[in-house]
Every structure is written in structure tokens, then in C-alpha cells.
Ligand binder design. Structure first.
Ligand code: ADP
Ligand code: ZN
Ligand code: ZN
Length: 800
């Protein structure tokens, strides 16, 4: 017997291996196996089992990882679709769909044999500097331990364990009891005080937690403790290991915790009814749920999920990376209790594996996850919801470069399921699909309970400049408003939107930005040769001395100086308590939550941040949102610049006035008449869509063409240029349905010691584009380019 295995290697083909007799009836398509590949061992996925011997001598499969396949036939089909559509090797797609590679080592548990025990006793005498093997044995003397745990204690543990196993000192078993509380996810654990530490010296967090537990008798859910004690779940596990606390697995929430739903208002009900009928019908249907910020989309999702469960099917909710906070997860846990599984990339491997297991066995019928959750092996999936569907984090920025939202639609169609895309600012492509009749539109045009929309005030920074003759960051109006909030004890969110890898030229007097005559994207300033460059077509020009439009000499380079902005704020408002949140200051998810929590609890007056503060947070005491420079996004060398800006400004404005106090937004701009800025200030999506779609149509940008970005990388600049030129030659003569732009230096022309050139392909025929891309990949493989030299990005969301 033989099996075809897909491996995570650049060459896109299945490899045939022979099955040892012991695996004849156990290996099934969709299961993972370990196979030899060259001198390495790789984990791959079985695609088929057959008895056709290959021409060459087939090597043997070494090991079967999954007794039950992790991919069913439908998921395998989905993997094939992703590989073909995004032009990525199938093996890589399958690898990124699997829960975690660490699952294999995690599920192994090591136990000492009798001779192992003897060995430890002998080694106890006079051994000051024990060998790794001895250290492992000593650890195992206390109790059986998992490979994953041992790995953290001893370097290169896997190899030493193997040696110990061969010597007969330890035995290894596949761990089947996922019921070990030490390894269950924090959400499922309850902890109680057991005994005092009695002179034992504990680390600070364990000491704090133990004191807390002693003070509050009884069992406590672990997750909420995280708020009062740092790293509570780690501390609890450590205490349990020391026997000072008891850990117990409990259902996620008891039925008493389950919250009754809000009564849907008439708009919500209208939307829900349509979704419900579709779910009941049990056939494919796609909806765009377009609801203004604060219109109660989540409540519609909850009702739809409820109905799906009643119909005996399961539901999947995808949320953007940054939005999956405990607060969001909590809403679902409260409503659906232990039927919920949460998938988050910040979870440890153990936690993720456990959630994955609950999903695969059908225990968890409601799955909440970020992008890769779209591949979760959900049993009888009937509904997929993609919240904030316009969000860029749905697009994976490494291979395979899929868009979770688009894969969700494909998966739903395959399964005769219903898919709901929700947003206040849908992606142009999505809304265009409504116009084309592919999706049905459901609207929530008002905030819940008649709450008012925020009032947006535009501040023209050109006027401000003319009046004050100062290039100030904050207008007088914004400072005034900030002062008022401080006095009233209300909070402010300040959006900086700094993204400063490059800058562009903006006129202080008239707001004009210099654009490429061919591509209508902003030209990027290159300091080294003082030129303005187009990153789509390579058009270049000198930096002008004066504004071409109004002849002013006050040209201004935008895109730098965030710290300066924060300094100015401190100077202007010395009493304000300010927290800052951007990619430089926030390094972990927990850090992000700590700051957000602190802000929610009123520990800060002002939260300063980049786009990450604009997303989905619902903080009632925020009555002012200030947008420092609405224009920075417009200057991005990207055809989506206007759309991005509109979405960001609308979403950020939506953070104001979520409680009963009406919200106010102050938006500073040098382009007050730019449609993205003006229409965002009016929260007018419909008008924006009309304008933007005209631009896309006239420039033949998506959704009126299919786009792919081809990036060529090399450590040697000439090589990168040569390779990209070779690709360009391959594409000539330009087929009539396609435009080839470039090669041009990528917007980030040099990254991590590599030079980067890009080619942009724009095609009116997606099939043709797809064939071309596959041809390019075959060409690169034929030329033996290293795998990292070529990056193909289909439907890129960002060309940066
Ligand atoms: P969106 O995601 O559309 O911005 P949310 O779903 O966050 O809005 O809802 C905003 C707030 O309104 C939440 O606090 C939610 O609990 C509340 N809410 C939702 N539906 C209703 C309703 N029918 N009646 C009262 N409050 C509601
Ligand atoms: Zn000007
Ligand atoms: Zn151009």
C-alpha cells in the first residue's frame, strides 16, 4: 500500500511513500504523517491511499500522527481551492490550516521505568553538575511529564528523551486524557485555596494569588483573576504543582451565568428574520450586514447563532485579530456557555490544541476565532459570520496569503451554509457584490435605543496655519475641547495615525499632495536621492520647491515625529494622565488589554494611539475623539488610500458617545474637501461608495480588475533587479486583458538586508491572471530560485 503526501516544501506536488503494514488500515486521507525527506523528517498530510507503486523505490512512512484525520474531505477541498486561488503550495496551505505543529510533542507523556528509578537513586549521590539526561530523570521522578513541559526545562530534551527511551529508562505514551487540569485552558479552570506556604519562598505573583485565595474562600474561575493578579493562570498552575492550591476543570460557565438576550429592535429584527429564513432553508446565502457604529450588530449575530444551534448545526464567528478581547469572548461565553470554543493566536499551543479537539469532536458548536479560525474543523457548519469584514487583519501577510473573509464565503458555499459579513464601513468589493446581486444587503441605519450619532467637526489645518503662522500639531479648537473633557472628567481618544516608513509631500497652504500622473497614487519621497517616486509604475520626479497648484513655498513632509506629538501633548496639558498605544509601545496582547482596561476603568484621561484604538472598543465614558491628522492615510502610496482613510475616520468617530452622553469628534485635516474626509465626517457611506467606485472603475482597480503583486527579493540589488526584469520579460507581450506595471522598487525597497522589487499585475480576467501567476511560479522553480526570492500576493490589501 502507498500514500500520497503533501509536504510543506516549495515544490508543489504530492510525494508517494510506502505504508508499513501496521498502518495499512489506520492511515486515512486528511491525517498527518511523519516522513523522511532528503536528510530531514517532515510532517505532511495524506491526500490519498492507493496501491500504484511509483517508479522509484518509495521510502516508508515513519509515523502516523492522527488516528482520526484532522481534515475531512470538505476541508481538503478547501485547501486545494486556497492553494490554487492564492497560488501557494498545497503543503504550505495545509500546514497553516493545522492547529499547531507542537501538538505532536505535547501529546507525549514520559514516565520512569523501574530501571529509570534505580538510575535516579544512584545519581543522587555526589553529582554537582548533573547531565541533561540525569536532570530529566530527576524531573520525572516526581511525576509523569509531557514532552512539551520537559522541553522548557532541559535544552534539546527531545533528543535526550529518545536516548533514555532506547536505554529503557523511560517509557513514552500518547496522552489521551485531555482532562489534566494542569493543561486545560484557563477559561475552563477553577482554583481554590489548599494550604499556606509555610515559609516556602514564592515568586511575587504566586504569593499574591495565594493570599487572594486565602482571603476569598471557595472556588474561583481562573480567567477573571487575571485582572487582580498578574499572570494569575500561570501562578495558579504553579501553586497547584506545589500542592498549595486546587485546580479543577469546570464547565465554561454554569447555566445560571447565561445572559438573556436583548430584545431586538425593529431594524435588528428585520435583519435577523432574513438570516433566520436562510439558515432554516439550509442552502447557501451571503449577506452584508451593514450597520452604523453602535447599531447592535453583535446582538444580531448572537440571535443568528442561537437559531443555527436550534437547527442542529454549528456556527463560526470570525473577528479581527485585535478585537478578540476577553470582553468580546465573554459575550459569547455568557450566551452559549460551554458550547463555545475560542481560537486565538495568542493562546498557547496547549490551549489551542484543546479548543481544536473540542471543535473536532463536536463538543464545541460555537467557534469564535481570528483569521485562521476559518479552517476550524467544525462539525456540520451552518453559519459563518465575519465581523468587521473590511478589516485588513483578515488577510494573512505571509504565505499562504489568503483572505479569511473570502475563504469564509467559499467555505460557506461548499457547505450550503449561510455567511454574514458585518461592518459599518464595508470593503468596496463587498458592497459592490451587493450591487451585483451576489450578496443581500441588511441594514441597521440607527444606533440602538435612539442614541445619537457623534457630531463631527472638521478643522481646516490650512486655515489654522494662515491664522497662527505656526506648524502646530494641535489646533486651538482641539486643545480647548481636550481641556473641557478634563474639567468634566470625561475621556478622550486621540488618533495619531502615524505610519512613518516613508513620507510624502503636502502643501501647508492648499493641502495639495503630489500624485503619479499614471496611477493616481501619492508619490513617495525618497530622502537619499531627493526624488518623488511612484511605487506602482516607477515614475519619478524631482521634489518641487513650490506647490504646483498654489505656488506656496510651505511644502511639508508628512509621516514622521510621533514622539514629538506626544511631547507636545504633555506640554499643552501637563495635568492630563496620558496613555499611549501603538505598535512601538504595545508588544503583547496582554499589554494591550492592560492599557485598555486601565482606560476603561478611568485611570487615564487621554488614550493616544494609532489605528489599533479605532477598532470596535465600546467605552462609554469616551465623549471626545480627536483625529490629529486625517490626511496621513491619504498619502499612502496605495490605491486603497481613500477607502482606508474613510474606514478609519468613520470607525474612530464611532468610538465617541457610546454611552448616554452624546459624542463629539474633532477631525484635523489639510484636505477638508477630499471626499474621504468630508464623507467620513458626515458618516455617509453611500456617497463615499459612489465616488470611490467611480475612481476604481476609471482606473480599472478592484473590484473592476483582479490584482496581484509580485515581489522579488534578493540580498544583491542587481540580482533582485535582474530577476524582476526576467519576470517582466516573461509577461511580454502584455496580454490584452492584462496590464503589467513595474518592476519598480517596492515601497519598502530594502528590508532585512534584502532588496525588493515589485511587479503589479492588473487583469480583467481572473482566470488568465491565475494561469499567469502559476506560470511565474513554475518559471522560478525551473530557474532554481530560492523559495524566499518570489512572493506572490493575490488580491493584496496593502502594497506596502
Ligand atoms: P456595533 O457592533 O454595531 O457597533 P454593538 O453590537 O457593540 O454595536 O452594540 C452596541 C451596544 O448596544 C452594546 O452595548 C449592546 O449590548 C447594546 N445593544 C445591542 N442591541 C440592543 C438592543 N436591542 N437594546 C438595547 N441595547 C442593545
Ligand atoms: Zn499648495
Ligand atoms: Zn505610477
Amino acid at each position: 500500500m502507498f500514500c500520497d503526501v503533501s509536504l510543506p516544501v516549495p515544490l508543489d506536488q504530492a510525494y508517494t511513500y510506502a505504508l508499513p503494514g501496521s498502518l495499512y488500515h489506520r492511515a486515512k486521507p486528511g491525517a498527518r504523517v511523519v516522513v523522511p525527506f532528503g536528510t530531514r523528517k517532515l510532517t505532511g498530510v495524506v491526500l490519498a491511499i492507493h496501491n500504484k507503486a511509483p517508479n522509484r523505490q518509495a521510502r516508508l512512512v515513519e509515523k502516523l500522527i492522527d488516528e482520526e484525520p484532522i481534515f475531512d474531505a470538505a476541508l481538503l477541498r478547501l485547501a486545494h481551492w486556497v492553494a490554487a486561488y492564492y497560488c501557494a503550495p498545497l503543503g504550505e496551505v495545509l500546514r497553516s490550516m493545522a492547529p499547531t505543529s507542537a501538538e505532536t510533542s505535547r501529546s507525549k507523556v514520559y514516565t520512569l521505568t523501574d530501571s529509570g528509578r534505580d538510575m535516579v537513586r544512584q545519581s543522587l549521590f555526589g553529582d554537582e553538575d548533573p547531565s541533561p539526561q540525569t536532570r530529566l530523570l530527576r524531573l520525572l521522578e516526581v511525576r509523569p511529564l509531557s514532552a512539551g513541559y520537559l522541553k522548557t526545562k532541559v535544552d534539546d530534551a527531545a533528543n535526550y528523551l529518545k536516548a533514555l527511551e532506547q536505554k529503557g529508562l523511560v517509557i513514552v505514551e500518547e496522552d489521551v486524557s485531555a482532562k489534566d487540569p494542569m493543561r486545560a485552558p484557563a477559561e475552563q479552570l477553577r482554583v481554590a485555596f489548599a494550604r499556606r506556604a509555610d515559609g516556602l519562598k514564592l515568586p511575587k505573583n504566586e504569593r499574591e494569588l495565594l493570599a487572594h485565595l486565602e482571603l476569598h474562600p471557595g472556588e474561583h474561575p481562573l480567567a477573571p483573576l487575571e485582572e487582580s493578579v498578574k499572570e494569575a493562570s500561570r501562578a495558579a498552575r504553579a501553586l497547584a504543582r506545589r500542592g498549595l492550591a486546587n485546580l479543577r476543570i469546570a464547565p465554561l460557565s454554569t447555566p445560571a451565568d447565561i445572559r438573556p438576550p436583548h430584545e431586538l429592535n425593529s431594524w435588528q429584527k428585520g435583519a435577523f428574520d432574513k438570516i433566520r429564513d436562510q439558515i432554516t432553508a439550509g442552502s447557501f446565502g451571503a449577506f452584508l450586514l451593514q450597520g452604523v457604529t453602535g447599531s447592535g450588530k453583535t446582538e444580531v449575530y448572537l440571535s443568528a447563532i442561537e437559531h443555527t444551534l436550534q437547527c442542529g448545526r454549528s456556527a463560526l464567528l470570525l473577528v479581527p485579530e485585535i478585537a478578540l478581547t476577553p470582553a468580546v469572548a465573554g459575550q459569547f461565553l455568557h450566551r452559549f456557555g460551554d458550547r463555545v470554543a475560542i481560537l486565538h493566536s495568542a493562546f498557547s499551543d496547549n490551549e489551542r490544541t484543546e479548543q481544536w479537539r473540542r471543535i473536532r469532536t463536536g463538543q464545541a458548536r460555537v467557534v469564535v476565532g481570528t483569521r485562521s479560525g476559518v479552517f476550524a474543523p467544525i462539525v456540520n457548519l451552518g453559519l459563518i459570520i465575519v465581523d468587521e469584514e473590511h478589516d485588513n487583519s483578515y488577510k494573512q501577510q505571509e504565505a499562504p496569503r489568503y483572505n479569511g473573509r473570502d475563504v469564509a464565503v467559499i467555505r460557506a458555499r461548499e457547505l450550503n451554509a449561510c455567511v454574514v459579513l458585518g461592518s459599518a464601513t464595508p470593503a468596496l468589493e463587498t458592497r459592490y457584490n451587493v450591487e451585483r446581486g451576489k450578496y443581500s444587503l441588511l441594514e441597521l441605519p440607527e444606533r440602538v435605543q435612539g442614541r445619537p450619532m457623534p457630531v463631527v467637526e472638521l478643522i481646516d489645518m490650512r486655515e489654522e496655519f494662515l491664522q497662527t503662522r505656526q506648524m502646530a500639531t494641535f489646533s486651538r479648537r482641539l486643545l480647548e475641547a481636550l481641556d473641557e473633557r478634563l474639567a468634566a472628567n470625561e475621556q478622550t481618544m486621540l488618533l495619531l495615525n502615524r505610519r512613518g516608513f516613508s513620507s510624502f509631500v503636502n502643501c501647508r497652504s492648499c493641502g495639495e499632495r503630489v500624485q503619479c500622473p499614471n496611477c493616481a497614487v501619492t508619490l513617495t519621497f525618497h530622502r537619499r536621492d531627493r526624488r518623488l517616486l511612484c511605487h506602482y509604475c516607477n515614475y519619478a520626479e524631482r521634489v518641487p520647491d513650490r506647490c504646483k497648484k498654489c505656488d506656496s513655498e510651505y511644502l511639508h513632509f508628512i509621516g514622521t515625529g510621533a514622539e514629538k506629538v506626544e511631547d507636545e501633548l504633555h506640554k499643552a496639558l501637563p495635568k492630563a494622565r496620558i496613555a499611549r498605544m501603538d505598535r512601538d509601545t504595545i508588544t503583547t496582547k496582554r499589554h494591550f488589554e492592560t492599557i485598555l482596561h486601565g482606560f476603561r476603568d478611568g485611570n487615564f484621561d487621554i488614550l493616544v494611539g494609532t489605528q489599533m484604538i479605532a477598532k470596535g472598543h465600546d467605552i462609554p465614558n469616551v465623549t471626545l475623539v480627536g483625529i490629529v491628522s486625517a490626511d496621513i492615510g491619504l498619502g499612502m502610496p496605495d490605491f486603497r488610500a481613500a477607502e482606508r482613510t474613510f474606514q478609519l475616520l468613520t470607525q474612530a468617530s464611532g468610538r465617541a458617545g457610546r454611552g448616554t452622553v452624546p459624542g463629539r469628534v474633532i477631525l484635523q485635516t489639510s484636505n477638508p474637501e477630499h471626499y474621504a474626509v468630508r464623507l467620513a465626517s458626515q458618516q455617509d457611506y453611500a456617497q463615499f461608495f459612489e465616488k470611490e467606485i467611480l475612481f476604481r472603475r476609471s482606473m480599472r482597480y478592484p473590484p473592476f480588475s483582479a490584482l496581484a503583486n509580485i515581489l522579488v527579493r534578493d540580498e544583491i540589488q542587481e540580482e533582485a533587479l535582474r530577476k524582476s526584469t526576467e519576470l517582466e520579460r516573461l509577461l511580454r507581450p502584455e496580454p490584452k486583458e492584462m496590464r503589467v506595471m513595474g518592476p519598480a522598487p517596492a515601497p519598502v525597497p530594502r528590508l532585512k538586508n534584502e532588496f525588493r522589487y515589485q511587479l503589479l499585475l492588473k487583469s480583467s480576467d481572473r482566470k488568465k491572471l491565475n494561469e499567469t501567476l502559476h506560470a511565474i511560479r513554475r518559471f522560478a522553480a525551473g530557474q532554481k530560485w530560492v523559495a524566499t526570492a518570489l512572493v506572490i500576493d493575490v488580491d493584496p490589501v496593502s502594497l506596502l
